[in-house]
Design a binder for this molecule. Sequence first.
Ligand SMILES: Nc1ncnc2c1ncn2[C@@H]1O[C@H](COP(=O)(O)OP(=O)(O)O)[C@@H](O)[C@H]1O
Ligand SMILES: O=P(O)(O)O[C@H]1O[C@H](CO)[C@@H](O[C@H]2O[C@H](CO)[C@@H](O)[C@H](O)[C@H]2O)[C@H](O)[C@H]1O
Length: 469
Amino acid sequence: MSEAVIRPAAGYESTRPDLLASLDPLLRAWLPRQRWFAGKGRPVTGFSLVASTELLPSGLLHLLVRAQQPTVPAQGEAAPGPGDCYQLLLGFRRTLPPHLAPALIGHPEHGPLAGYAVYEGLHDPRVATLLLERLRTPGRSGVLRFELAPGADIPGGLAPRTLGAEQSNSSLVYGERFILKLLRRVVPGVNPDLELPLLLAREGCSRVPAPAAWCTAELDGTEPLTLGVLQPFLAGAEDGWELALRTLAKGDDFRAQAHALGRATAEVHAALASAAPTVSLGPPQREQIADAMLERLRATAQDVPMLRPYVSSLGAAFEELRELPDTDDLFAQRVHGDLHLGQCLRTADGSWNLIDFEGEPARPLAERRKPQPAVRDVAGMLRSFDYAARSHQPWAPRWAEDCRAAYCAGYAAGGGGDPYAYPALLRAFETDKAVYELLYEARHRPDWLPVPMAAIRRLADASGGPPHH
Ligand SMILES: Nc1ncnc2c1ncn2[C@@H]1O[C@H](COP(=O)(O)OP(=O)(O)O)[C@@H](O)[C@H]1O
Ligand SMILES: O=P(O)(O)O[C@H]1O[C@H](CO)[C@@H](O[C@H]2O[C@H](CO)[C@@H](O)[C@H](O)[C@H]2O)[C@H](O)[C@H]1O
């Protein structure tokens, strides 16, 4: 499934070609180095401008640009694709103060920004403050629309700081009270990281911070694109990944935490099932899921050769989905879509919150917004316990098994049902997740490849069959 193509906002390509031409060499060098750049491994051959908005007086140039990159189909010649669209927030100043030197992108040699230093605007408190001010006062600026949740109370003058985490997107924290997540690769349609927390808030679910304000872009001929979401910042919260690693390092038990996390997941699933439509998981839907998983397995094996010997054994796990019994227990609903320990925040009072409902960033939006069996999220968490146990020296398989069991027990105790009720379903989703992780690690963190690879071997063995060389 491919994304809808974003067309330039009326007038931009014809009236501002000089702007992009002057930024082109700077962006070619800078963009591929960003952690959030999704097109790693393929050269950027050019840019086209989708929209530009100047937010004054602080010197913020808000750009939506398409990065052209040749796509190489499985077999065949490289072909020019439409290119992913990125949100850039550029600062520009005649003289860059020393504290902004690390944010410098470059000095355009010609065009409207000649004579200015162009830099990553989010690092500039002046720019970050302007963004919050815009969010506090709903309305439009160019193609940008700022909206406020009913009853939201966002004070002015909150001091901004960048989050500094290695992220798929970029976040700013304001006065330790709010966090603004700015999406980087943007596509037409509401992002589930806005859509689902809004639905959950209306449902009265307190496990997910409720959006307070958000920003979208309205372009001709496409659905609005979600650009950013402001939500309460859970100050002092620790994420499940850090907590799990700390617990492992101290030799402590994580079962009670895993149980509580299972409960929290079940609560969020129940709220999502009530807030958004569910669909039955009949034979046609299961066929579709199995086909999509097989397709992803084959595509990943093309990119990551070490997966190839395991393709037929892992494929057997997906084929089993076609044999599941016809029962009312099996249904699909909106889910988190990329649940792992890093997406769970434990607040100072010890309760678990879930964040980042965007789904797997590389998947097309329409696919991420489709109802899925809830066990998909459970499988993501089970993989995460395995990741934590393998990050520890020595490897702690028993710790992972205990956490997996406690998490599933907590999920059942929270009303989510027994995740092992249909072992073939859980195995298929765990396998699919491990395949996703293999591709993710190959692209972003090759040193981590042994972690999903160990799961691939285990799951291939469980599907009955030695690897085919
Ligand atoms: N509401 C929040 N309160 C406290 N910290 C948060 C909140 N939302 C996000 N964070 C922090 O920001 C990080 C990145 O957020 P996330 O939504 O996962 O972004 P990304 O999609 O870029 O990974 C999280 O790992 C967490 O540490
Ligand atoms: O950036 P996101 O949080 O949306 O998720 C992506 O990055 C994650 C890593 O930061 C990645 O998660 C994988 O590694 C985690 C440990 O760092 C582990 O807990 C997860 O189980 C594992 O999947 C995630 O898959 C990716 O989408």
